[in-house]
Design a protein around this ligand. Structure first.
Ligand code: HEC
Length: 101
């Protein structure tokens, strides 16, 4: 019985595997809307989200997504803390990219 429970636990953990388990997507949404969208929208039109969904989008993994958020943060001098970068990455991943890991 114990073994069965363990197996079920592992299976369910796997099913819920996601790259930024501690991050807060709602907080990330606020950050991205405030700091990031207007520039993407003026370069790419609409609400700017095309940048994430275009055929040849640059970001191709959860790790690369954090790296991209981090370099935008640095480039723009936003001074986000690491948890804020992860929140933004989680929001973008949940809404657009959907990388599993
Ligand atoms: C001053 C304009 C500007 C601002 C502000 C800006 N970006 Fe960008 N961003 C761009 C441009 C231009 C590209 C496309 C770069 C390319 O195609 O090489 C881009 C690309 C990206 C991508 C990669 C999209 C892909 O191809 O998968 C992500 C993710 C991203 N930005 C996130 C952010 C985040 C998060 C912020 C806010 C912290 C932000 N950007 C703020 C101009 C901006």
């Amino acid at each position: 019985m114990k073994t069965l429970c363990l197996i079920l636990l592992l299976v369910s953990l796997k099913a819920f595997a996601e790259p930024y388990p501690q991050a807060d997507a709602a907080a990330g949404k606020t950050l991205v809307e405030k700091n990031c969208i207007s520039c993407h929208a003026s370069s790419f039109g609409g609400d700017g989200s095309v940048i994430y969904t275009r055929d040849f989008h640059k970001v191709t993994s959860a790790k690369a997504l954090v790296a991209q958020v981090r370099s935008c943060n640095t480039m723009l001098g936003l001074k986000w803390f690491e948890d804020e970068e992860l929140n933004a990455a989680k929001y973008l991943n949940t809404t657009y990219y959907q990388f599993a890991e």
